[in-house]
Ligand binder design. Structure first.
Ligand code: SF4
Length: 458
């Protein structure tokens, strides 16, 4: 099945290539949202390249614009719609421009209807599991066919064999599973990305070997619940096999669900300290058992803290980061105090905090006890104040130390480069751009809550 989908995509790609001929063409891909979307955009970019499209620097410079959308919050969707609005004039100027919209927004019926009715200049939409249909939809649009609005259903097959064109050489996203079975009561993902489907381990390992051979220094295994991977082995076994591959690289993974952290996974991380980054992103969401139950998270504060204890016992120095939702419906002062208590107990290296935002179609959107914006904002301010203090106290001991850092981009200040430590700490340091993409040693001179600053030690 997966093979015939890839074959159909290849046939359509060849037809587009032939139709376009030798004239240069350019594609611009705007990506909103998470790393999974970044990874999907690299596939779209790979297919576009196969069909004869080079990268465009802007939509103005493009013959094809693809918008890879996010639906996680209302705000994210509004951003996409307003971006799309800005393309109306461009389409009027360049009638030959093809505009396609893909990603999570296009898996929702009401959003597809909006795109169909209010954005007539959109030629096609593809939900996240329909990416392989991109060449055929593009071919149709180029040949003047009818507009297409493709949706793949709840359990589409995993498609292998599509080309990928990565943005960076030194870092690679590798999706290992798609979709989610958990139905947390606030989350739209299971409705837009379907049920869990895992790739076979041999396909994942082959992709890892290819990127390592091409000079990749950091692989990030991706999935909505990466640790509930269930291809032909479990996640711990897959991670063990990838970490055992030869080469100078490290492995990260995201995002994990706290209910799926078996001892075997912790043991594999401890066994491969040299290859598996000592960092675990473990979304807490709330420290209150009552709220966790309303969120349908299926762990308790006690089981979460026990997982943290085990991780720290087996992997000394491991960094922990988390997601926290503030103002979930029904969150009382006591519930919020419980979250603050876990924050102070665990002392996370990094948190990503979100004000609860109702998503149409999820159970939480209709729950009683929606929290007022003023209360949500006050709680958020208290949380961030506490976290700033914690983050600074955890960062200060790094001053004077020399750390191994993967240099991964230009810094904001001229002459500086940024990178990440194995614990995923952001480091900004003075260095030539030529170090980007390599592991370097950096002497830390200053610590701020969210960044360490230093100079090249070598
Ligand atoms: S585990 Fe929960 S929060 Fe994560 S993608 Fe699934 S439903 Fe959403």
């Amino acid at each position: 099945m997966s093979q015939s989908i890839a074959e159909n995509a290849n046939t359509a790609m060849a037809a587009v290539r032939q139709l376009l001929g030798e004239l240069p063409h350019r594609a611009y891909i705007a990506t909103f949202g998470c790393q999974q979307n970044e990874a999907d955009s690299e596939k779209l970019r790979g297919m576009a390249y196969e069909m004869g499209y080079e990268d465009a620097a802007s939509p103005q410079d493009a013959d094809l614009v693809l918008i890879n959308t996010c639906a996680i919050r209302e705000h994210a969707e509004q951003k996409v719609l307003s971006y799309l609005g800005t393309l109306k004039a461009l389409k009027a100027e360049k009638p030959g421009l093809v505009i396609g919209v893909c990603g999570c927004m296009t898996a929702q019926e009401h959003r597809v209807n909006t795109l169909r009715e209010r954005y007539p200049y959109v030629s096609f939409t593809l939900d996240p599991a329909s990416l392989a249909a991109f060449p055929a939809a593009l071919l149709d649009a180029l040949e003047g066919g009818k507009r297409k609005f493709l949706q793949s259903g709840e359990t589409p097959p995993v498609t292998e064999g599509l080309p990928t064109r990565r943005v960076e050489r030194h870092r690679a996203w590798i999706s290992i599973m798609y979709g989610c079975n958990n139905f947390c009561s606030y989350c739209i993902v299971p409705y837009v990305r379907g049920r869990e489907r895992s790739r076979l381990s041999a396909d994942i390992i082959r992709e890892a070997e290819e990127v390592i051979a091409a000079g990749c220094r950091e692989i990030t295994l991706l999935g909505q619940n990466v640790n509930s991977y269930h291809g032909d082995c479990d996640f711990a076994t897959l991670l063990d096999r990838i970490a055992a591959l030869p080469g100078d690289f490290s492995v990260r993974f995201m995002t994990s669900h706290p209910k799926d952290v078996p001892d075997s996974l912790i043991a594999v991380m401890a066994k491969h300290r040299d290859k598996i980054a000592p960092h675990f992103h473990l979304p807490l969401q709330s420290g209150s058992d009552a709220i966790l139950a309303r969120m349908n998270r299926r762990y308790t504060r006690a089981s979460y803290l026990e997982t943290v204890r085990k991780l720290r016992e087996s992997i000394p120095g491991i960094a922990l980061s988390t997601d926290i939702i503030i103002g979930f419906p029904g969150e009382t002062d006591e519930d919020f105090a419980a979250t603050m208590e876990v924050l102070r107990t665990v002392r996370f290296d990094m948190i990503y905090s979100f004000l609860y935002s109702p998503r149409k179609g999820t159970p939480a959107a209709n729950m009683e006890g929606q929290i007022s914006p003023a209360v949500r904002s006050a709680r958020m301010a208290e949380l961030l104040d506490a976290q700033n203090e914690i983050a600074l106290s955890l960062a200060l001991p790094y001053v004077g130390k020399t750390l191994r850092v993967l240099a991964d981009g230009k810094g904001k200040m001229p002459g500086t480069v940024t990178g990440r430590t194995p614990e995923n700490r952001l480091v900004s340091f003075e260095a030539p751009e030529s170090v980007i993409g390599e592991f370097v040693r950096v002497k830390i001179e200053r610590a701020e809550p969210f960044v360490l600053r230093g100079v090249l030690a070598d």
